[in-house]
Design a binder for this molecule. Structure first.
Ligand code: PRX
Length: 635
């Protein structure tokens, strides 16, 4: 990709796709398709849906008669697994690799063709059914990055159960809240997982969590690390033992689902209160993840696709599991992290497996940049043809390093903006779109974004405002599971008729969007989405803490880091030891990713007259910035 300087028609620094990239791209004329989709949204999505298989086609593409409860492909019958696995078995893809996995220590490689995926997923599906799980019931999955997590998710989908994956880096309180809210009767876990050579005791965390979860009847435990675990007779079952039973055969009929039937819930942090269960469906999510991955990363059967996200986050759901398999590509999954035992671990995997498309997060790039170019330069990265980024704004410095050192200045960087709620890419280039470092460029086909002020009026170009989306899209969340009211309030009330993203952004005069960050109390730590409320409630569960506030402040590698302010109960006094104990307390209860960067002891917290903590004021003070409107401030 050549940087051809500043052409007169575009502002800022622009990187144009090379002729080779354009020649390779399946979609050469971005503008034509954007225009077509803009004129006929339903027609565009119907064409996309028609590329997939349905047991029965839809009566109506989009039903918007009960906004904001949009429905897609109404009346259609399908199952996402039919398109992600079953249909491939009738084609040459049957014996192509669906999944390649490598262990953290690099000593084990496991591969599964689409044929083998069908066998493994069917086997797990039969086991889940034998545990009494019925269509529409929830199953919590809390595992490390092993192939069985993919089987578990897909097995639930296959039988019409709703999976709820909880990131394996979360701990007792986070897991307990999510199991309880979803009312899961089955939990699927591992004895433990590896993290940088150490063992995370997943089963022990499950045991502790479900003491307070009466809904759980059975726990399936996949043996991975071989650490000692307590198995409660009648409740806990080793997966490997279940696999030896006759019920666990590799044949299972895929359940026929309505397009609008729930596929999964995924908890994510919002502005207030406890995490929300974002609900996605079989039909729309299937079409959305299929189509976006096809156009945006231009995937084809020869690709070896690597999305480094954990399956416990939406990126893992949409673009490690479902999107790639619906597209029939080979997806690579790595158990470990980027720099253990050495910072060449990822580059080694790219070389070893001939990865062609690599999709990761800015925080990882910034982290790896620190180790210098010599690590990637030890490896042959020439198999790569496209690079991607997601999760937080990418600073131009990291973009340029990624482009130069990993992409050898010839591979486009696809910066995809989207959310747990959107299910699929929303603002993103395709390989043929000219790039500007730090911008996700323009909305995906059929979408229109608008930046508005507090009253909902569009703001002029190059002015910061609230990022809103104007059109419905197939992979959009349908609701917050069990809380329709909160769904309406959270996403559709501030600016009626449009989806509120919770982000602030600017648009430049070329129509390119630049994400600035969250406008609510969501903190993005290393691309992981956490809520201030969860961190605060973990802190106040400690006997020494009377009140607590958490904010996110800029951090060179993590993007944002958690800083906390704590008011102690009488009888406790501030000390470095207590601060450390509180950080550890949050880590134990919520998970290591939520461990605060620091704990400051304070005598008072800025609050509104109604008692709400003014985190914005804390944030401004910590950064030495003006405090803004403090007319309602009371300390
Ligand atoms: O603030 C935006 C940021 O991540 C938020 C969504 O977080 P989550 O639901 O965890 O999903 C992350 C992966 C899809 C958004 O509201 N974000 C995500 N992608 C980008 C981004 N910010 C800037 N650029 C991106 N490419």
């Amino acid at each position: 990709m050549a940087k051809t300087g500043k052409p007169k028609e575009m502002e800022g620094e622009v990187y144009y796709p090379s002729e080779q990239v354009i020649a390779q791209a399946r979609l050469k004329d971005w503008d034509a398709l954007a225009e077509k989709a803009g004129k006929d949204l339903e027609g565009f999505w119907a064409d996309e849906a028609n590329e997939l298989e349905w047991y029965k086609k839809w009566d109506k593409v989009l039903d918007d008669s009960n906004k904001p409860f949009y429905k897609w492909f109404v009346g259609a019958k399908t199952n996402i697994i039919h398109n992600a696995i079953d249909r491939h078995l009738k084609t040459h893809r049957k014996n192509q690799l669906a999944l390649i996995w490598e262990s953290e220590d690099g000593k084990t490689e496991r591969t599964f063709s689409y044929f083998a995926m069908n066998r493994e997923v069917s086997r797990m599906a039969n086991i889940i059914k034998a545990m009494g799980v019925q269509k529409g019931e929830r199953v919590t999955i809390y595992m490390g990055r092993v192939p069985e997590i993919v089987f578990a998710m897909m097995a639930c989908a296959k039988i019409g159960a709703i999976h709820s994956v909880v990131f394996g880096g979360f701990s007792v309180d986070s897991l307990q809240g999510r199991i309880d809210d979803s009312n899961s009767k089955l939990v699927i876990t591992c004895d433990g997982s590896y993290q940088n050579g150490k063992i995370v005791e997943l089963k022990a965390i499950v045991d502790e969590s479900i003491k307070r979860c009466p809904s759980v009847e059975n726990v399936i435990v996949v043996k991975r690390v071989g650490n000692p675990v307590v198995m409660e007779s009648g409740r806990d079952h080793w997966y490997q033992d279940l696999c030896a039973l006759p019920i666990a055969n590799g044949k299972c009929v895929t359940e026929v689902m309505d397009a609008e039937d729930p596929l999964f819930i995924l908890y994510t942090s919002g502005s207030t209160g406890k995490p929300k269960a974002i609900l996605h469906t079989h039909g729309g999510y299937m079409v959305g993840t299929y189509s976006t991955l096809k156009y945006v990363f231009d995937v084809n059967d020869e690709d070896r696709w690597w999305c480094t996200a954990d399956p416990g986050w939406i990126t893992g759901h949409s673009y490690l599991v479902y999107g790639p398999m619906i597209n029939g590509v080979t997806t690579f999954m790595f158990e470990g992290g980027p720099s253990y035992p050495y910072p060449n671990r990822w580059w080694q995997c790219i070389e070893r497996y001939g990865i062609t498309i690599f999709y990761t997060a800015p925080t990882a790039i910034r982290g790896l940049m620190r180790f210098g170019e010599s690590w990637p330069n030890k490896h042959d990265l020439s198999s790569l043809r496209l690079l991607g980024t997601v999760g937080e704004p990418i600073n131009p410095e990291a973009w340029k390093w990624y482009h130069r050192v990993i992409g050898k200045e010839t591979k486009p960087i696809i910066d995809t903006w989207w959310q747990t709620e959107t299910g699929s890419f929303m603002i993103t280039p395709t390989p043929v779109v000219p790039l500007k470092p730090g911008s996700g460029t323009r909305p995906f086909f059929g979408q229109e974004a608008e930046i508005v002020d507090e009253e909902g009026n569009p703001v002029p170009d190059n002015t910061e405002g609230y990022l809103t989306l104007k059109n419905p899209w197939p992979a959009m969340l349908r609701t917050i599971y069990g809380d329709d009211e909160r769904y309406v309030k959270q996403y559709w009330s501030k600016f009626p008729g449009r989806y509120t993203t919770g982000d602030s952004a600017k648009r430049d005069s070329d129509g390119y969007y630049w994400i600035i960050g969250r406008v609510d109390d969501v903190i993005k730590v290393s691309g992981h989405r956490l809520g201030t409320a969860e961190v605060e409630s973990a802190l106040v569960s400690h006997p020494a803490v009377a009140e607590a506030a958490a904010i996110g402040l800029p951090h060179d590698v993590k993007g944002q880091a958690i800083h906390t302010f704590v008011m102690l109960r009488t009888g406790f006094s501030p000390s470095a030891e207590l601060a450390e104990e509180l950080r550890q307390h949050v880590s134990t209860h919520m998970g290591p990713i939520a461990r605060p960067e620091d704990v400051k002891f304070v005598d008072k917290l800025p609050k509104t007259r109604s008692g709400k903590i003014m985190r914005r004021v804390l944030k401004a003070r910590a950064q030495g910035l003006p405090e803004g409107d403090i007319s309602t401030l009371e300390e």
